[in-house]
Design a protein. Structure first.
Length: 367
């Protein structure tokens, strides 16, 4: 959404943002002329099929939609873009403001909401002029939920292909992280939460470390919520149980991801479910081959055998074998990495895909 707002401002559009918290991104938008409204009460639909819990959420969502709609009406909004399908009733704000609504389908959770959630989703559809799916799988899911195909566009996430690009590795950074000059590195950029599957990578690393001398694994990412802390602790314990303490490092959140990616020989994305993961696009833009499970939108993000390798879901043995083969074959890593870079520039360029969303919003206003 940051890049969407910035590109809209560059095109001399007026931008007003409603967000849950103030951060550097909000500050940058405000510095460039956007108006930002902070609403801490904004929330996503809980991951539950419990009708009572969903009802409580939607009562709050109804009130929030009224507030956002009032802001949009006061601003004279020509279009409203909502950055998640999981605020089920937020599209009503467009009805209040009298403007069309585009909704970006960030996840693939629509199928997890149960009967009550399906009722709410049917209600949401009445207020949405256009759904933006990030992958074709998401578009197909929307169609199965009854959304007409003409109301669905597919525009994937984008990656800054200038920021994320193949570069010589930073030897000072490598030394800081204990990576030797000729040491092979398996990397991941993720969150320490069960759905992101870091535990699968740890299990695979046991097999990789047994057969690849001196291999190092760098896992970038922290604990997103307090509820995920027990999982993160379990991952740390498992690393020690497998005697991988000198092989696997949990780096936490980092601001130098572009430089870290250029340390990786192979990127592993071990998620159990995915839509359009940016980290895989960032790796490919950096010329790093990706290994992951064949789940969700991954086959659309990673071309199996062309820009990376996909294995059957949760088969950590197959994941380990795929990584081992790539580590043993520098020429193949280079071929896959170069193909990934070309594809990132061609299909996933951030400015291009953000521009497509802005053009779509303009067409809704004109229509």
């Amino acid at each position: 959404m940051e890049q969407l707002g910035l590109e809209a401002l560059r095109r001399d559009h007026k931008v007003e943002l409603v967000t849950q918290r103030r951060d550097d991104f909000v500050g940058e938008l405000e510095a460039r002329g956007a108006v930002c409204h902070v609403m801490p009460a904004l929330e996503l639909t809980p991951r539950t099929a419990n009708p009572a819990r969903l009802l409580g959420h939607c009562r709050r969502g109804w009130a929030l939609a009224n507030r956002v709609g009032g802001l949009a009406r006061a601003a004279g909004a020509d279009a409203l873009c909502i950055n998640s399908e999981n605020m089920l009733l937020m599209p009503r704000a467009g009805q209040i403001a009298g403007c069309p609504v585009a909704l970006i389908m960030r996840g693939l959770r629509v199928g997890e909401l149960g009967l009550a959630g399906n009722v709410y989703f049917k209600t949401q559809q009445r207020w949405v002029r256009r759904y933006i799916a990030l992958v074709r799988l998401g578009a197909d899911m929307l169609a199965r939920k009854g959304v007409p195909r003409e109301k669905i566009s597919v525009i994937p996430n984008g990656v800054d292909t200038e920021l994320y690009a193949p570069r010589a590795r930073d030897e000072a950074l490598a030394a800081e992280l204990g990576v030797g000059q000729d040491q092979l590195v398996v990397g991941a950029v993720t969150h320490l939460t069960p759905r992101k599957g870091v535990h699968h990578l740890v299990e695979a690393m046991a097999g990789i470390a047994a057969r690849v001398a001196g291999v190092k694994c760098l896992i970038v990412g922290g604990v997103p919520t307090p509820e995920d802390e027990p999982f993160a602790q379990a991952v740390s314990r498992r690393i020690q149980e497998l005697h991988l303490g000198d092989k696997v490092r949990l780096l936490g959140y980092r601001t130098d991801v572009p430089a870290l990616l250029n340390l990786f020989d192979v990127m592993v994305h071990p998620s159990e479910s995915e839509n359009c993961p940016r980290s895989t696009l960032e790796a490919q833009a950096s010329g790093v081959p990706v290994v992951g499970f064949r789940v969700g939108g991954m086959p659309e993000m990673v071309a199996d055998g062309v820009t990376g390798v996909l294995v059957e879901p949760f088969d950590t043995g197959a994941m380990a074998e795929a990584v081992i083969r790539l580590l043993a074959d520098p020429a193949q890593r280079q071929r896959l990495g170069q193909a990934g870079r070309r594809r990132a520039v061609r299909d996933f360029d951030l400015k291009t895909n953000v521009g497509r969303i802005i053009d779509l919003l303009a067409s809704l206003r004109q229509g």
